[in-house]
Design a protein around this ligand. Structure first.
Ligand code: CP
Length: 304
């Protein structure tokens, strides 16, 4: 049985297939509207979510399936002391596929060992968020038309931002991709990603604290929020939370065909005025997330 715990669980060819399917779903929604008839998706969210949980639910409903689950662990029997493994094993008796978000890094991987149905990691702590990465990949493919020959600026909380970690891993597999890592000193990309992903794959990368320094070189600017929930110290969060606020002035030297992405939720890091800039793609990105999750559900349930 196939699970999706880490973006590396999918080969480049499998990602190409998912993108092809997602595009076909976008163009032919009716064709897919009963593909998951009699199938049940469970969404087990031990951490808050708007996009990931609801896009999974919307994806399954769009495929003709049904959804069950909880959006707050306090409403589940984990609040009585039940382990997450027992919870997932139980829910796998009621469902065909499970999307799970948990604050502990590695939790989806651990439960996948005993689950009777495919497990999708919908975000584990500050570690990974592979379905956001699939969303980002579909966005990049649709908006730039390619995965190769791209200079990608990643800006904000690159330490705790799990979407950044998964995106670097995914994009490092394509030709001539360069990264500009833009963050305050305290929120740099973890060393293990620099060594085990960037350096190991001979990827060109640089670091800066200045969002404007390489603005004219970027094909994609991926903004992220500072992850308040991962900080041990509120004072540090307050000091860093508005370190970057992207506005039209900061975009003055950017390319005309730059694409601005953000996994959302946004706090202050992109000014509202940028929403009207034709280069802003973050709300389109939300929409792409539904279609790539539809494609993923079909793949993991082995439905043609
Ligand atoms: N991008 C993302 O994971 O958003 P949610 O936290 O709202 O699911």
């Amino acid at each position: 049985m196939k699970h999706l715990i880490d973006i590396k669980d999918l080969s480049v060819e499998e990602i190409d297939d998912l993108i092809k399917t997602a595009k076909d779903i976008m163009a032919n929604k009716e064709k897919y509207s009963e593909k998951c008839k009699n199938k049940i998706l469970a969404t087990l969210f031990f951490e808050p979510s708007t996009r990931t949980r609801l896009s999974f639910e919307s994806a399954m409903l769009g495929l003709g399936g049904k959804v069950i689950g909880f959006s707050d662990a306090a409403n589940s029997s984990t609040s009585k002391g039940e382990s997450v493994s027992d919870t997932v094993r139980t829910v796998s008796c009621y469902s065909d596929i499970i999307a799970m978000r948990h604050p502990k890094e590695g939790a989806p991987m651990v439960v996948s060992k005993t689950s009777n149905v495919p497990i999708i990691n919908a975000g584990d702590g500050g570690h990974n968020h592979p379905t956001q990465t699939l969303t980002d990949l579909l966005t990049i493919n649709c908006e730039k038309g390619r995965f190769s020959d791209l200079t990608i600026g990643l800006c904000g909380d690159l330490k705790f931002g799990r979407t950044v970690h998964s995106l670097i891993t995914a994009m490092s597999r394509y030709k001539n991709v360069k990264f500009v890592l833009i963050s305050p000193n305290e929120l740099k990309v973890p060393d293990y990603i620099k060594k085990e992903v960037l350096d190991k794959n001979n990827i060109e990368w640089c670091e800066t604290q200045d969002i404007e320094e390489y603005m004219d070189k970027l094909d994609i600017l991926y903004m992220t929020r500072v992850q308040r929930e991962r900080f041990f110290n509120e004072a540090d969060y307050v000091r860093l939370k508005d370190y970057y606020i992207l506005n039209e002035e900061k975009l003055a030297k950017a390319k005309k065909d730059l694409k601005i992405l953000h996994p959302l939720p946004r706090v202050n890091e992109i000014a509202k005025e940028v929403d009207n800039d034709p280069r802003a793609c973050y709300f389109k990105q939300v929409e792409y997330g539904r279609y790539i999750r539809m494609a993923l559900i079909l793949k993991l349930l082995e439905i043609k």
